[in-house]
Design a protein around this ligand. Sequence first.
Ligand code: M6R
Length: 609
Amino acid sequence: MCGIVGYVGDKQAVGFLLEGLSKLEYRGYDSAGIAVYDGQKIRVEKSVGRLASLQDKISGNMPVGTTGIGHTRWATHGRPSDINAHPHTDCSGDFVVVHNGIIENYLTLKEELIERGHAFKSETDTEVVAHLLEEVYNGDFVSSVREVLQRIEGSYSLVFMSRRDPGTLICTKQDNPLVIGIGNGENFIASDIPAIINRTRRTFILNDGELAVVKKDSIKIMNRRGEPVTKKVFEVNWNAEAAEKGGYEHFMLKEINEQPKAVRDTLSQRISKDGQTITLDELKWNADYLKSFNKIYIVACGTAYHAGLVGKFYIEKLARIPVTVDVASEFRYRDPIVDENTLLIVVSQSGETSDTLAALKESKRRGAKTLALTNVVGSSIAREADQVLYTWAGPEIAVASTKAYTTQLILFFVLALYMAQILGTKKPAFIADLIAQLKNVPAQISETLSDVEPIKTFAKRYGFNEDVFYIGRQLDYDVALEGALKLKEISYIHAEAYAAGELKHGTLALIVEGVPVIALATQKSVYEKTLSNIKEVKARDAVVIGIASAGDEELSKYVDHVIHVPVTDELLEPLLAVVPLQLLAYYAAITRGCDVDKPRNLAKSVTVE
Ligand code: M6R
């Protein structure tokens, strides 16, 4: 998730480019860059680090020119560095491009282009777009860009600038946002509205597949077939703060709603074209490598630890390798049995959590092989681990982790299938069937997100209770732990999760009339058992909200309310069942007037012990 901007007009482009990028730093901030056409050539300036580093670099020698593009990066392919920062250029320096998203077939294209003599400078997927434009350029900027778009696969918003076509920017999008700001004698392009609202509130919001040719006094929009599109002007009436949150009231709600895309992005390039197998090019493991481990540890904190619990379930179920999950702050002090036959998997959204990093270092010191699952390219944990798998969730800003959790689950699922594939613990047809269901998950999360009204009602009704209990068995229990953590950290309601079968060993004493119990019952293999635990709490007059798969008519006979989530394989149900729990926590916090994005006493990244 990166921020992109473009300017064409009569003023010096650099002014808007730097201003726009400063409003987009929340989308990514590991490097920044701009390209400005000075009437003769395109000058590109880039710098690793925050936008301030770029500003320092060019202060006193600002690029001059009235057409330009800019970018603030959140790395996916290639670590944060000056070279990997955007804009990217072709060999001649005549074409420059900024990009937000992932070009899925970039490796194939890169090989082809290298064979044809193109010299690449960066490790990014984006650079292929600039070289491809150079390769196919036929003297007509628009038709050449359209040809590029036919060759690339993936998700993107892109802005192109060419020295051969001064005063013209071309932009397009697929599965990533792009907006054009309409000015007087000048026009603006941005990935998000905050970048432009100081300049104009009149915009065109591009749809997938549309391409716009933007000059200082004209904007021509066409569809995939090249036919002109007439768009309505969208007047932005959000204030700057709301615009930054994409119109949502809080970053947490925005990030909950970004989950379909985050999951889709994290899956991209990890499933073979025919949909039959998992491709983890980052790892390239074989059976001998996997068999060299006599144990796997998963170590993490908070939400990432909860994702690890689901990861253990997946790996044990699919790859049949025993896994121990540990809280990082405990693991590091208990003299764990770790040696060269251990695979340590650490999970961390930020890649900076101090306890997780320390556990990683200690395990390496003892000879373990290490794998990190993280969201931040170039983070301390990513650099320290032997191997890394990235969640491509984009920056997570709210303290309460949401899209990081679902993408961590996706990575664990993909990893477990990959291990099963290598070890032959599951038949190819079984794996292909799970992959088919996995591909439906983004759409199913969207479906779950569309039914929010009942959740708001429950939050209003039960938002002032002192205690809430979450129960479930197997994966439902793991999700219950995450649901309870979400509720307590942002609404300050005392919330606890219990393995449903454990209730009668103590907790049942706390269940009295009117106490809300959230009961997860998505796991078919233990459904009857869960139902009998639900009857136990109902018999003590608890108010029970059930979470069940669509089509489950049975549960409603025993609970007060049911929230249904779409049907999928029970292994994938956590990805859907967690969504209403995130929303319930969010709306409960709103009901109680809590500061959702910045809960008391908590920090986004815990870099101290
Ligand atoms: O950045 P990390 O994933 O390593 O962070 C771990 C925890 O601090 C984090 O998940 C925390 O529990 C969240 N605030 C939970 O929503």
